[in-house]
Design a protein around this ligand. Structure first.
Ligand code: SAM
Length: 448
């Protein structure tokens, strides 16, 4: 780093002695900035992300009820630049190839306003489940896959308008935030990462439409994993060109540095130059190439309610629980809301084909947890139990215990500030708790 940074090295080293900054990205579907400020008065905006705010550590944003309600995602500030630079347009087909735990996928989904298709892939099964939970908590749509990118490329061809490759890396940019990452670092691991990144980029190149754009990012400093990976990729894939990030964005004003690629079109984010951790971002365009895209998968794969379920009982469910119309299909015992442009999924490892709405249990339909977070705020026509933020029953419910409230028997969404937390089932004045067991108590801060 001394050789790389020259005179700046001292400032770089000093930054490691400074405390890291904490930040969150607001989910506008759930909460507006003035309301957030009522709960967290000392917020500073993140300059490069409209919905990003620095929040003091003492505020413990990751364990606040608003976190459990999906009002925000605790995300490292520099990481917020990435989805912003990919700039997905509502209606497009977008792929996030290395997506867990879901900071950038939830950001992409928010920018897409629920229109088009987001496919979020994660190769490690346990991490893919956390990814699904995070999208679910924020009430955002997306297909969740658990695949090797090479298998996706073989199955789908050039299906996507935009692709994000937030590559697994040696994590040097996270050493301040997560000192344990230093123990895993070695020169050999940098080179292993570089080879893996090159492999993932190869698959991304196949999955991108001619004319499409992709963003490659890492949270490491080493040129071996950043500029060198991109330079090698451009040599091998002549149909790609780099886009000047500084031409499209106010990146200089934000304190981003130009990367050391041939033209300085990539971006470097340094902890000694801005309020955030280290990051590298490159944006590429596929200027030509053959369209190898597969056919749409939805028609073939969605066979709603033929075998196991009568359409009639689903229509009743829709009416009883205020579920708006859409494309629904039964997938692994769940009725899921499927995006129209969903590609074929048959031969692949799917975590979620769409948004689960209901579970089919012994031929009957029960509301799925995801549905309690899916509804917009203060949704009418849904059976609810509204609790104030300071009602002691909120904490009782989060621990997984039953609570008490008079009202009609049956399923209700337990809401706080008009936002769904989970389903409860009322018998008499007792509300049985259906907050999923693995989410109880923990309310872990799944930041990236
Ligand atoms: C930097 S993290 C992604 C963080 C995520 N984009 C976010 O914003 O929350 C990289 C992810 O790539 C996954 N990964 C590891 N090897 C991979 C491979 N060969 N192909 C695709 N993903 C891989 C890791 O498990 C890890 O979850």
């Amino acid at each position: 780093m001394q050789a790389f940074l020259g005179d700046e090295y001292a400032a770089f080293e000093t930054a490691f002695q400074q405390p890291r900054v904490n930040s969150l990205r607001l989910n506008l579907q759930k909460l507006e900035p003035p309301e957030l400020m009522q709960h967290f008065p000392n917020l500073d905006p993140v300059p490069w992300c409209e919905t990003g705010f620095y929040v003091p550590f003492e505020a413990r944003a990751g364990s606040h009820v608003l976190h459990a309600l999906g009002a925000y995602y605790v995300q490292e500030a520099s990481a917020m630049a990435v989805a912003q630079i990919l700039e997905p347009v509502p209606g497009e087909r977008v792929l996030d190839l290395c997506a867990a735990p879901g900071g950038k996928s939830t950001h992409l989904a928010s920018l897409m306003h629920g229109q088009g298709l987001l496919v979020s892939n994660e190769i490690v099964p346990s991490r893919a489940r956390i990814l699904a939970e995070n999208l679910e908590r924020l009430g955002l749509p997306g297909v969740i896959m658990n695949e090797d990118p090479a298998r996706l490329a073989t199955a789908w061809g050039s299906y996507f308008d935009r692709i994000l490759i937030d590559a697994p890396c040696s994590g040097e940019g996270m050493f301040r935030k997560n000192p344990d990452a230093m123990l895993e670092w070695s020169e050999a691991s940098v080179l292993t990462c570089a080879n893996r990144q090159t492999e993932i980029l190869k698959s991304a190149a196949q999955l991108l439409k001619p004319g499409g754009t992709m963003v490659y990012s890492t949270c490491t400093f080493s040129s071996e994993e950043n500029e060198n990976v991109i330079e090698r990729f451009l040599e091998d894939y002549k149909e790609f060109e780099l886009i000047d990030i500084f031409d499209e964005q106010n990146a200089t004003d934000w304190g981003f540095d130009r990367g050391r690629d041939r033209d300085g079109f990539t971006a470097r984010l340094w902890a000694h130059k801005l309020r955030g951790e280290g990051h590298f971002i490159a944006k590429l365009r596929k200027i030509s190439g053959e369209d190898t895209s597969t056919e749409l998968g939805f028609e073939a794969f969605a066979q709603p309610f033929k075998a196991k379920l009568e359409r009639k009982s689903w229509l009743e469910f829709q009416k009883d629980y205020g579920v708006p119309n859409g494309n629904f299909a039964v997938f692994r015992g769940e009725v899921q809301l499927i995006a129209q442009q969903t590609p074929p999924l048959e031969t692949l490892k799917v975590v979620r084909a769409g948004v689960p709405m209901a579970e089919v249990k012994l031929g009957r339909l029960e509301p799925h947890h995801a549905l309690s977070h899916w509804f917009p705020r203060d949704m009418p026509d849904v059976p609810v139990l509204d609790l104030e933020l300071d009602d002691p029953r909120v904490q009782t419910f989060l621990r997984g215990e039953t609570i008490h409230a008079e009202g009609a028997a049956g399923w209700v969404i337990v809401r706080v500030l008009g936002l769904g937390l989970a389903w409860g089932k009322r018998v008499g004045s007792t509300i049985k708790n259906h907050y999923p067991k693995h989410l109880r108590d923990s309310r872990i801060n799944f930041e990236d």
